[in-house]
Write a protein of this length. Structure first.
Length: 148
């Protein structure tokens, strides 16, 4: 898909995407934490996000942009320390079809999956979906005998 469109378009597309993500993130800081961010700081964060994206991508000869692995917590998973559990949750929502789902995985210190759940459900926004996934996961884990 990217190979059929000019590389300049993709650079602009990624710039707009990172700017939109930055605005969304700062909006969430205001909404959830009542934290006001200066407009110049907003611009700085957007520029930094785009710069960071560029540092972790490589231009191929056909003009496609491919992400390469980065030393980032976003690109790797690590098991919890021995004797601890790690609970990862997620929610997904198709805005066009309104199909929604949640899932979670509970793992031990060896990284072994102890409980894996995926279920269709309904929620009105992605934030509500993430909260619902966490709530269902916590209730499920507490209803099991993991901590007995």
């Amino acid at each position: 898909m990217e190979g059929t469109v000019a590389p300049r378009f993709w650079r602009s597309f990624h710039s707009v995407s990172k700017t939109s993500w930055t605005l969304w993130s700062i909006r969430n800081e205001l909404y959830f934490e009542n934290k006001h961010v200066d407009p110049m700081e907003t611009i700085r964060r957007a520029e930094h996000a785009f710069w960071e994206y560029q540092q972790h991508s490589v231009e191929q000869s056909e003009g496609n942009t491919v992400l390469v692995s980065a030393d980032s917590a976003m690109n790797s998973w690590a098991p919890p320390p021995p004797g601890y559990f790690k609970l990862n949750t997620d929610a997904a929502m198709n805005l066009h079809t309104k199909q929604c789902g949640i899932g979670f995985v509970l793992r031990n210190g060896s990284g072994q999956s102890l409980l894996v759940v995926s279920q269709p459900t309904f929620f009105s926004t992605p934030v509500i979906g993430e909260a619902l996934a966490l709530r269902v996961a916590i209730f499920e884990v507490l209803s099991e005998s993991w901590f007995s």
